[in-house]
Design a binder for this molecule. Structure first.
Ligand code: FAD
Length: 442
């Protein structure tokens, strides 16, 4: 006999976690099924631990100390997250793995055995998991790790190889180079961070190379061998040795073990759950939030997904994914790359009438103060509407500054607002005065 709830949340990513609290506050009986740790990848294996390490790499630069502090921060949050939910009478947290039996019923496998739950409404928030490509010998183990495994290393690898020149690969390359590892990044295509403009990825490449990172583009790893001492990558350009290999070749929606077919929940060919703009799946009472929908993989998108579902169930039902016009993101290399809106290549493809302005970070007083003059700021401005089309900030603290740009873009304001705004001094934000001061007026 299945135990019944008003809402079952499968997986407790940021969106699902907050949905559980909100639903319980509204008097609903809620079950949260989590097979690992509450609050998902972000708190445990993603944003929080990695950014704690990025911070400490610039301060203590001592790997063991930084790893200890990272673990302490994660454990503190784990305890807090657990207490938060456990203190709410209407929420039951179940440590186990969920799979569908039928559209309303789930089988939960726990250490104690299995049980069945059913609910009127089900939210799927199972996130994404690392893709390990089909390469001979590429089998995760002590020397071959994904972004989760690398956070458990007991010592700093002298030589770190990274497979994949995407955002996660670049972040870890910069991080481990800061700690003193000899890092080599392998990328099959001719450009890494392929979605960025070529001038921005070239500037990033220079920064990484100055940090000692070797970048091997156009390099396909054909097979891998490893033993107790090292791992060898066999490439078209010869063999490369490392102590640890990080596989950073993307993340795919975590739906493989959910048995979605038993609930008629439709997915695309990559396993992403198909949702409409209200995040409703192909089944009327089942919603999906976060990375599992195949959308942008960020904590703030998972949180915004919660707002959409919440608005639909309890608000006016008008909030949709279409409202998210400008989604900013930051790659926490050092210095940080932050982006929003169109790239120059996209703006050209769309035939926009625009101009490009750029400012070297070395021209910003704050950059002198903090002694980090690396990077460049770049903006695209529409000549007709005077609105900002896109911005790339490769600069210290750009992860803060980009949110100012987002606010102006979302408000539909012209670039002149940033050009003429009073900002405190000496800050990175005030560089927006100078960057947009370079726009030529028609
Ligand atoms: C290394 C790394 C760094 C990142 N850095 C950032 C960053 O700086 N900023 C940012 O915004 N984003 C970052 N992200 C992305 C961010 O972590 C995710 O986008 C975010 O966690 C949202 O995920 P989610 O809500 O989809 O669920 P997730 O956080 O992925 O959580 C899903 C949960 O579901 C559980 N689960 C899965 N299947 C089942 C099942 N069948 N039964 C029970 N439980 C299940 C999992 O154990 C997991 O806890 C990073 C990711 C990684 C890997």
């Amino acid at each position: 006999m299945a135990q019944s709830y008003d809402v079952i949340i499968i997986g407790s990513g940021p969106g699902g976690y907050i949905a559980a609290i909100r639903a319980a506050q509204l008097g609903m009986k809620v079950a949260v099924v989590e097979r690992e740790h509450l609050a998902g990848i972000c708190s445990n294996w993603g944003c929080i631990p990695t950014k704690a390490l990025v911070h400490d790499a610039q301060t203590t630069a001592n790997f063991s100390e930084a790893m200890r502090r990272k673990t302490a921060v994660v454990e503190l949050l784990r305890e807090k997250n657990h207490l938060n939910l456990a203190s709410i009478a209407q929420v039951e947290v179940i440590d186990g793995h969920a799979e569908f039996i039928d559209p309303h019923t789930l089988k939960i496998t726990t250490e104690q055995g299995s049980r069945q739950l059913s609910a009127d409404r089900i939210f799927i928030n199972t996130g994404a998991e690392a893709v390990i490509p089909q390469i001979d010998g590429l089998i995760p183990g002590p020397r071959i790790v994904d972004s989760t495994g690398i956070l458990n290393l007991s010592s700093l690898p002298k030589r770190l190889a990274i497979l994949g020149g995407g955002y996660i690969g670049v972040e870890f390359a910069s991080l481990f180079a800061s700690f003193g590892s000899e890092v080599t990044l392998f990328e099959t295509s001719s450009q890494f961070l392929a979605r960025e403009d070529a001038d921005i990825s070239a500037a990033i490449k220079t920064i990484l190379q100055d940090q000692g990172v070797k970048i091997e583009l156009n390099t396909r790893v054909q097979s891998v061998t490893s033993d107790n001492n090292s791992v060898t990558l066999h490439t078209g350009h010869g063999d490369r040795q490392a102590d640890v290999l990080l596989v950073a070749t993307g993340r795919r929606p975590a739906t493989q073990t959910l048995k979605l077919e038993n609930a008629d929940v439709a997915t695309d060919t990559r396993g992403a759950i198909l949702v409409d703009k209200h995040l409703k799946t192909s089944v009327d009472h089942i919603w999906a939030l976060g990375d599992v929908t195949g959308g942008p993989q960020f904590t703030y998108i998972s949180l915004d997904d919660f707002r959409i579902v919440h608005d639909q169930l309890l608000g006016k039902g008008t909030r949709t994914t279409d409202d998210r016009v400008n989604i900013p993101y930051s790659v926490f290399m050092t210095p940080t790359l932050s982006r929003i809106g169109l790239t120059e290549a996209q703006a050209r493809e769309q035939g926009r009438n625009f101009q490009v302005v750029s400012l070297p970070v070395a021209a910003i007083p704050r950059a002198r103060v903090i002694n980090d003059t690396r990077g460049v700021l770049k903006a695209l401005v529409d000549n007709d509407s005077k609105k900002i089309l896109g911005v790339a900030l490769l600069a210290a603290d750009s992860h803060e500054v980009i949110n100012i740009v987002k606010t102006v873009m979302d408000a539909g304001l012209p670039y002149t607002v940033l050009r003429d705004q009073i900002f405190t001094h000496p800050t990175m934000s005030e560089s927006l005065n100078d960057l947009f001061g370079l726009v030529k007026q028609a």
